[in-house]
Design a protein. Structure first.
Length: 400
């Protein structure tokens, strides 16, 4: 099964590198088309609202009616979106292009997470880490894309990523054949479970409330992640006198160390508990995020690296934690956590963009630095043992 995990992780990298092209183009678009920070935030908002907020819808549908070949079909949409982005002459055309990219991503994430779950065996934390680290690595390519492709080639450089999307389609076609077999096995097992199920019960109130808290915690994390990924390059240019290419180094360090944190977080959660890792991923970096706006460029480089490792160590963990809270709703939970909660950070992109236009970049980054303190809400989440206890009590029943 590790071959399946590796391929789905690789395609996650390719998919998210396509999404990474959009914010990577911001410094180019800001100069070539004269876009404001608010308009740049609108682009991010459009991409993430489609790519992320649609994920729970896709997840709920495919939980009931799995469709193996949705994966390559979704990436075809992204491929056409990249083609449009390379030639877009104005803001409306860019928005249409990012909608197509977002649709492909909305289909990929819940279905890709389901593939990782089915291939995981009893190592779900590790499996989700392998899958999610691919996505984080793809996001980390954004500054490399800017420095090596978009700076020398400009907006037209996006044309190269049409080929990237096509490669992802080929990989996902292969994955879909295996996935189709697993869907058949799943349907057979599900029939047996329905025959032996004694009663149908409602989701316990504790679990319902905990899912809401978890979504909000991940939302807070995504707000910080979105602010740093989209606007810290401008901060480095303004405060440190960095060039566009030099400013991308800060983002690259943040995203690469975030990918490391994502990979390490899963195995640590398997050993020490998922709630513990989720809690530490926000509270541990909070003093560093508050300090970040007040240091020089060299210390800032170190801080963004440490923050990246810590704050994204719970990226895959939160998905598995949610899936274990509501077993049998793999796609829905993945859509809610990776999609809705993380994607609602797009709302923050518009808000922070408007805030920068209103009060300035430095003041906005100071406000952003306090977001990880919302990790205090993790004290409201149940322990891993408590979740297992609830699931044992619900054994033999099906959840509404």
């Amino acid at each position: 099964m590790y071959s399946i995990l590796f391929i789905i992780g690789l395609t996650h990298l390719l998919n998210d590198s396509l999404q990474a092209v959009v914010p990577a183009m911001f410094p180019i678009l800001e100069r070539s088309l004269g876009l404001t920070f608010t308009q740049l935030g609108l682009i991010t908002f459009t991409l993430n609202m489609v790519a992320s907020v649609m994920q729970p819808v896709v997840g709920m549908y495919t939980d009931r009616r799995p469709f193996a070949y949705a994966l390559p079909i979704g990436l075809l949409s992204s491929m056409f979106g990249m083609l449009g982005l390379a030639f877009a002459p104005n803001l409306p055309t860019i928005l249409i292009s990012v909608v197509l990219i977002g649709l492909g991503s909305a289909v990929f994430h819940p279905e890709g997470s389901r593939v990782a779950y089915l291939a995981a065996g009893n190592k779900r934390g590790l499996a989700q880490s392998i899958y999610q680290v691919g996505g984080n690595s793809g996001q980390a390519l954004a500054p490399v894309i800017t420095a090596l492709v978009l700076v020398p080639m400009g907006q037209f450089g996006a044309i190269w990523f049409v080929a990237v999307a096509f490669i992802a389609v080929l990989f996902l076609t292969y994955i879909s054949r295996w996935y189709a077999q697993q869907i058949h096995i799943f349907k057979q097992n599900n029939k047996k479970k329905k025959q032996t199920a004694k009663t149908k019960v409602k989701l316990p109130k504790l679990i319902r409330n905990s899912v809401i808290v978890l979504i909000f915690v991940v939302f807070a994390r995504s707000l910080y992640h979105s602010a740093i990924s989209n606007y810290y390059a401008f901060y480095a240019i303004q405060e440190y006198g960095a060039s566009i290419a030099e400013s991308q180094i800060f983002i690259f360090v943040f995203l690469v160390t975030g990918a490391v944190g994502t990979f390490v977080g899963g195995p640590l959660a398997d050993r020490f508990g998922k709630r513990v890792i989720i809690m530490l991923s926000l509270l541990a970096p909070a003093p560093l995020t508050i300090l970040l706006p007040y240091v020089g460029p060299y210390v800032a480089m170190i801080l963004v690296g440490v923050i990246g490792i810590l704050i994204l160590s719970s990226f895959s963990v939160a998905v598995v934690y949610a899936q274990e809270m509501v077993p049998g709703k793999i796609g829905t939970m993945s859509g809610l956590i990776v999609g809705l909660a993380f994607g609602m950070g797009a709302v923050g992109s518009v808000f922070f963009g408007s805030l920068i236009d209103s009060i300035g970049l430095t003041q906005t980054m100071v406000i952003v630095s306090f977001l990880p303190l919302l990790g205090l809400l993790t004290f409201l989440l149940p322990s891993d043992d408590k979740i297992r206890e609830i699931n044992r009590k619900l054994g033999g029943s099906t959840l509404d």
